[in-house]
Structure formats: structure tokens, C-alpha cells
Design a protein around this ligand. Structure first.
Ligand code: GDP
Length: 526
């Protein structure tokens, strides 16, 4: 590929994740987007990934059948000349650090909100990661075909709860059974929910923002209400600001119904106008920026998905390509080890098949079959100098368990398993100061269950896990640490790098500690 071809290919890439709280409609909207992309799938491919009752056994079974969850982790399709990569972020019970890390590999995010519920906890958590990265966020207020909250309320909530300005691109005309359409100020038209008697789907607006054609809608109170709201927002609301959108300080808001496929296509098309192409990536020492159009290849591992089937020990390391072009069979250097690796067994992701990838460029995701060589955060590259990216952030766990080997004679496999799974980023490991007990931390319960299952299946090590419940983890400056600060309400532990931290019973315990030791600095790592 010539430099120009590479630049043109990179220019077409749009890589994003959809974030939402369970049941807001992420699966439904994803399926719609895939349909627009003309991706032919078995019915319910995306659906199979989630199930209302996502018990551990279901998940294991899905994993064992392989394919389904992996292929739906990354979905790729072409639309209007763009190559779109959607990365799945499970917002469900399998919510884990993987979900957070996936957001490190995207250039923008789509936030789906149930318009009857507004901003829910999982959305908020995922939003905060996007905010930290400063990536553009586009909002889809879903389920307009149902009675929901006041649109104005929903917009205000974005600012109040998330601290991001909302810029409504369109405005609902009615809601629920009364839904008539969308007043679309951005496209200067009204999109009708149901075609009118003349078979029209769209009615143009004139420069004053009034209907430019004769329609019964002009006399409809719901229409005038929407029109007035939009006018008021035009005058008093936040002005459209492309820079703020780019930095994640303003979010364009679209209303619609994923289920009724209303407003989704407009959303997709407008989104593609503003969604950024692949961005540059900073190197660890901060003195270089890797441009996506750099001819040398580079990328990093943001997720490792292990096969739960003990007969096939392979895992897939998901790599976000940051620069250059991937070619089948190419040799790369793994930065951490300095080893040369040949990338021959690689997969790209279509919605229903795992196709062998021939070429992929910056912005794309490739899956490397891995026999245990890779760790989360690993960089791979070609050429010189070596490429080391900024460290992926570690996420503060909220749930903890004490873990031990059931059979004390099998300490060796127990330690081996724990070390490997911790390296892989499956869970985080802490050691209690006084007792030396092993404590695992996670952001989602499923991480523990997978850990336990894999210890048994892959390392033949049966583990006992004693739930400790939710804790507030706070790191302390080692110079300020006095082991006597540990009490019954906090547990002093070390993280895997040996840094001390307290696991507080709750916020109250933390406050009590702070009152007692006002000079001690406690930090919550994100
Ligand atoms: P996810 O958990 O965010 O992936 O949500 P789903 O896409 O599975 O949707 C959750 C439920 O809401 C399902 O029963 C969907 O059929 C329903 N749903 C999704 N979008 C809409 C919508 O626009 N209107 C209505 N009425 N229901 C919707």
C-alpha cells in the first residue's frame, strides 16, 4: 500500500463503542446499524451474546461454542464509504475491566439512554472512562415510542449528572402513542414517524424553521410545542461547537426509537459526519506521537479473551492498530520482550463469521491467536525506534474475595494459575500485609467466576473464594504509612507492584480514617 493509499484507508475508518446501561437498547441499535451496513447475519447473533439472565453457566456455554461472543466483540461493516468498527462493551452482568479497556481502543463513543429512565449507573461509569480519554461522545435518547421523560429534562440531566453539554440535533414531536415525528433542526426537516397520507416521510422546513410545505401537522399542538422548544433552545441553549464535541465537552443528542427503527439512520449518517477518524497515540515517554498514517505498523493489546474450552487452549489477543498497515505473515517486535513474532494466524471481525484478515490499517482491530505470549497493554511494532505506548490505566476494583487453594499440596499450580491470570488482566491481585492472604479485586462479579472456572480447567487448581463484598480501595503514600493505621474497618494490602493500599469497609470508614489522620493522602486510582 502506498502512503497515499494508507492515508485514504485510514481516513475511512470509524472505530467506536456503544455504551449504555443494561436494557437501554444497545443490542437493538447495534442490530439496526449492522442492517444498514448490509451485514448479513444469522438472526439474533448479537442477541445471543446477551441474555436477560446471564448466568455463569450460560456464559461458559456460549464461550465453549466459541465464535458468537468473540465475533460480536468487534463488528465491522462499510457504510457510505466508511469502514466502521463497533467494539462491544458488555454492560451487563459480565461487566468487567475488559469493558473499560475496550474504551481505550476506540476513537469515539455512542451513548444510548433509555428516555424513560435517563442516566443510569452503568452509563455513568462508562461515560467517565470516555471523559477521561477526552473522546467525542454522541447520544441517542432511545425508546421514543414509549412514554418517557421530558426531553428538556433529559438534556439538562446530561449536564447535571455527567457534566457534558447536550446539543439536541432533533426534538421529539410527541412521545409514546402520541409520537408524530422528529423536528430535525440539523437537517431542516421534520421526520415523520409514520408516512403521511401523501406518502411523505420527510417534510422540509423553511429558513424560519416552519414547515415549507402544506401539512396537517402545522396545526398539531405537539408539533408547535416541539417547534417552540427547539426555537427556545436555539436562543438560550448551548451553541453547536465542533471543538467541544471533539474534546468530549459537548454531545450531540439524537432522539429516536431503535426498536421502531426511527431516527437511527439519521443518527448514523450524522454521526459519521462528525465522528473522528483514527487519532494519534502517545508513546510512554510522551516525546513521540504515533500517527495513524505512519507507514510502520504499531498496535497494542487491549483485551485477551481466553477460550473456555480446555481442549483448545488458544486465546485471542485483541489488537488495536495504531499506525500503518497489517499484512498477513508480517513480522513484528513485541516491545515488552523484544521478541520477534510472525503474525500469520490472525482474524478480523465480521458480525457473523471470523474471516481471515488479509490487510487491516490503523483504526482496525485484529485478533491474534495467542498461546500465552501476550499481556494486556503489550505493544507490537515494526521498524525503529521501538514503540511503547502509554500504560493502559488500571481500574479501581470494587469487589473483593479472599482466595486460597483447596488442596494445599497443589500450591504450585495455584501460584502459576494466579500469576498468569493476573498478567492477562483477568483479575487484580493483592496481598494482605499481616497474614499474606491473597485477595482478588474485580469490577464485576463475573470476573471471579471466570477466574475460578479457569483455575480449575486450565491449571487444575481448585480454589476457595471467600467473598469480602464491596470495598473502597485507596492507595497511600508509602512514606506516610504506619502499619498501626490498620484497624478492623480497613485492611492493609499490597498491590501486585508492592504499593500499599487500604481496603475500607465503606465510605464512612474512609472518612473516619481521614479524620483520624488528616495529613495522610489517600488516592483512588482510576
Ligand atoms: P441492551 O441491554 O442495552 O442491549 O438492550 P436491548 O437492545 O436488548 O433492549 C432491551 C429491551 O428494550 C428489549 O426488550 C428491546 O426490545 C427493548 N427496546 C429496545 N429499543 C427499544 C425502543 O426503541 N422502543 C421500545 N419500546 N423498546 C425498545
Amino acid at each position: 500500500m502506498s502512503d497515499n493509499q494508507l492515508a485514504a484507508a485510514v481516513d475511512k475508518r470509524r472505530t467506536f463503542a456503544i455504551i449504555s446501561h443494561p436494557d437501554a437498547g444497545k443490542t437493538t441499535i447495534t442490530e439496526q446499524l449492522l442492517l444498514f451496513g448490509g451485514v448479513v447475519r444469522e438472526a439474533g447473533t448479537v442477541k445471543a451474546r446477551k441474555s436477560g439472565n446471564f448466568a455463569k453457566s450460560d456464559w461458559m456455554e456460549i464461550e465453549q461454542k466459541r465464535g458468537i461472543s468473540v465475533t460480536s466483540s468487534v463488528m465491522q461493516f462499510d457504510y457510505q464509504g466508511k469502514r466502521i468498527n463497533i467494539l462491544d462493551t458488555p454492560g451487563h452482568e459480565d461487566f468487567s475491566e475488559d469493558t473499560y479497556r475496550t474504551l481505550m481502543a476506540v476513537d469515539s463513543a455512542v451513548m444510548v439512554i433509555d428516555s424513560a429512565k435517563g442516566i443510569e449507573p452503568q452509563t455513568k461509569k462508562l461515560f467517565q472512562i470516555c471523559k477521561m480519554r477526552g473522546i467525542p461522545i454522541f447520544t441517542f435518547m432511545n425508546k421514543l415510542d414509549r412514554d418517557g421523560r421530558e426531553p428538556l429534562d433529559l438534556i439538562a440531566e446530561l449536564e447535571d449528572v455527567l457534566g457534558i453539554e447536550g446539543y439536541p440535533m432533533n426534538w421529539p414531536i410527541g412521545m409514546g402513542k402520541e409520537l408524530k415525528g422528529l423536528y430535525d433542526r440539523y437537517h431542516h426537516r421534520v421526520a415523520l414517524y409514520r408516512k403521511d397520507a401523501e406518502g411523505r416521510q420527510y417534510l422540509p422546513l423553511n429558513d424560519d424553521g416552519d414547515l415549507a410545505v402544506a401539512s396537517d401537522l402545522a396545526d398539531d399542538g405537539l408539533y408547535t410545542e416541539a417547534r417552540d422548544s427547539m426555537e427556545m433552545i436555539e436562543e438560550a441553549g448551548n451553541p453547536f461547537d465542533a471543538d467541544k464535541i471533539a474534546s468530549g465537552d459537548q454531545t450531540p443528542v439524537f432522539f429516536g426509537s431503535a426498536l421502531a427503527n426511527f431516527g437511527v439512520q439519521t443518527f448514523l449518517e450524522t454521526y459519521l459526519e462528525y465522528a473522528p477518524k483514527p487519532a494519534e497515540h502517545k508513546t510512554a515517554d510522551g516525546d513521540r506521537e504515533i500517527q495513524p498514517t505512519d507507514p510502520e505498523f504499531s498496535g497494542f493489546v487491549f483485551k485477551i479473551q481466553a477460550n473456555m474450552n480446555p481442549n483448545h487452549r488458544d486465546r485471542i489477543a485483541f489488537v488495536r492498530i495504531c499506525s500503518g498497515e497489517f499484512d498477513r505473515g508480517m513480522d513484528v517486535i513485541q516491545e515488552r520482550t523484544g521478541k520477534k513474532l510472525r503474525l500469520s494466524n490472525v482474524t478480523e471481525f465480521m458480525a457473523d463469521t471470523r474471516e481471515n484478515v488479509e490487510t487491516a490499517v490503523a483504526g482496525d482491530i485484529i485478533g491474534l491467536y495467542d498461546t500465552g505470549n501476550f499481556q494486556i497493554g503489550d505493544a507490537i511494532y515494526t521498524g525503529k525506534p521501538a514503540v511503547k505506548f502509554e500504560k493502559l490505566p488500571q481500574f479501581t476494583p470494587e469487589l473483593f474475595v479472599r482466595v486460597s487453594a483447596k488442596n494445599v499440596m497443589k500450591q504450585k499450580s495455584f501460584h502459576k494459575g494466579i500469576n498468569q491470570l493476573v498478567q492477562e488482566g483477568a483479575v487484580q491481585l493483592y496481598t494482605a500485609y499481616t497474614t499474606g492472604d491473597y485477595i482478588l479485586g474485580a469490577v464485576g462479579q463475573l470476573q471471579f467466576e471466570v477466574f475460578q472456572f479457569r483455575m480449575q480447567n486450565e491449571y487444575n487448581s481448585e480454589v476457595i473464594m471467600e467473598p469480602m463484598g464491596k470495598k473502597t480501595a485507596r492507595w497511600i503514600n508509602p512514606d506516610q504509612l504506619d502499619e498501626r493505621m490498620s484497624s478492623s474497618r480497613n485492611l492493609l494490602v499490597k498491590d501486585s507492584q508492592g504499593n500499599p493500599l487500604f481496603l475500607f469497609e465503606n465510605r464512612f470508614a474512609e472518612r473516619w480514617f481521614q479524620d483520624k489522620y488528616p495529613d495522610v493522602e489517600l488516592t483512588a486510582k482510576l
